[in-house]
Design a protein around this ligand. Structure first.
Ligand code: TYD
Length: 199
């Protein structure tokens, strides 16, 4: 039914990506498609340790960039590429665009260096389709606050999250054939239906 084998969800923190990954995963499985749902930072052993390191202390930006990249290399090598090679559809909650957005917006690293790091980590593997779950950070941050405590990145000023959103929207505008922007407001079912309409 879908020719998209590698699908990535991107969006600001609290945009509802993990719920939508789960709903799309269930939907595609119900249609007898082999699917792997995954995320970044990855759930590999390395990914779990790296996530802890990044969240627990404020490391130099370059160090953080290398840590995210090391996890991405592991993720692509151990999970994404093997699945794609078996003809399995992969849905990932975040990928390279999160890196370009978060590490790019947060400051002092050059976009061309981040792009190079991404290319090395992924060996050039690009998603077939990127779904941007678009929502005003004022709403998504409130969702997170209601859920509980915020991590180090989520606690950044709202302007930071606005810049992240802006980056995703710009990407979608630039690469119209490979991106779709989905309105991230409404109930999970309403949002899922919007995604089904475009897949
Ligand atoms: P997130 O998907 O929000 O994890 P959780 O749902 O467990 O909070 O990802 C964790 C954070 O890491 C998120 O704020 C975005 C950030 N991030 C980067 O800064 N760079 C990256 O390359 C990736 C993949 C994530």
């Amino acid at each position: 039914m879908t020719s998209h084998r590698f699908i990535v969800f991107e969006g600001v923190d609290g945009s509802g990506k993990s719920t939508q990954v789960r709903l799309l995963d269930e939907y595609l499985r119900d249609r007898n498609l082999d699917v792997v749902a995954t995320c970044e930072p990855s759930r590999t052993e390395l990914g779990v340790s790296i996530r802890k390191m990044i969240m627990s202390e404020s490391l130099p930006e370059l160090t953080t960039a290398f840590l995210f990249s090391a996890d991405r290399a592991q993720h692509v090598e151990m999970i994404i590429r093997p699945a794609l090679e078996k003809g399995i559809t992969v849905i990932s909650d975040r990928y390279v665009d999160s890196f370009m957005a978060y590490q790019g917006v947060s400051g002092n690293l050059k976009m061309q260096d981040l792009r190079l790091l991404s290319r090395i980590a992924t060996k050039g593997l690009k998603p077939d389709l990127t779904i941007i779950l678009d929502i005003d950070p004022a709403i998504s941050l409130e969702r997170i606050q209601r859920r509980g405590t915020m991590d180090r990145i989520e606690s950044s000023p709202i302007e930071f999250h606005r810049d992240i959103r802006g980056f995703f929207l710009k990407q979608a505008e630039f690469y119209r054939d490979r991106y779709v922007v989905i309105d991230g407001t409404g109930t999970p079912e309403e949002i899922h239906q919007r995604i089904r309409d475009v897949i």
